[in-house]
Design a protein around this ligand. Structure first.
Ligand code: FES
Length: 104
C-alpha cells in the first residue's frame, strides 16, 4: 500500500496510506489534509492543487493543456504544481511528498 506524505498548509506533515488507483485528490480529501476536490475530479475547480518536490514531479510528469488551464485559476502555483485529481497513485509513488498550498 503506497504511503503519501502530505505537507499541510500549516506546515505539519501527515502520512496517509493510499490504495492503488485512488487519485491524490481522493486520498488528500478523505484524510482531511487541506485538499478539497470540490468538483469531484472532473477538472473544473482547481481545489485539488498540490505541489511536488523535484523528485516527485519527475515521477508524475507535467500537466496536460486542460489541466494547465485550470491551474491558471489556482493560487500559489509553482512550476511543480499539479491537480491532484489527475494523478492516480501507484506503487511507484510510495513515499512521495506532496505539499498542499494555502488557498489564498
Ligand atoms: Fe476539481 Fe481536481 S477536483 S479540478
Amino acid at each position: 500500500m503506497p504511503v503519501i506524505n502530505f505537507v499541510k498548509p500549516d506546515g505539519s506533515t501527515q502520512s496517509v496510506d493510499a490504495k492503488d488507483g485512488q487519485s491524490l485528490m481522493e486520498i488528500g480529501r478523505d484524510a482531511n489534509v487541506g485538499v478539497e476536490g470540490t468538483c469531484g475530479g472532473s477538472l473544473s475547480c482547481a481545489t485539488c492543487h498540490v505541489i511536488f518536490d523535484e523528485e516527485g514531479f519527475a515521477k508524475v510528469g507535467g500537466a496536460s493543456d486542460d489541466e494547465m488551464d485550470m491551474l491558471d485559476l489556482a493560487f500559489n502555483v509553482e512550476p511543480t504544481s499539479r491537480l491532484g485529481c489527475q494523478i492516480k497513485v501507484s506503487a511507484e509513488l510510495d513515499g512521495i511528498t506532496v505539499r498542499v498550498p494555502e488557498d489564498f
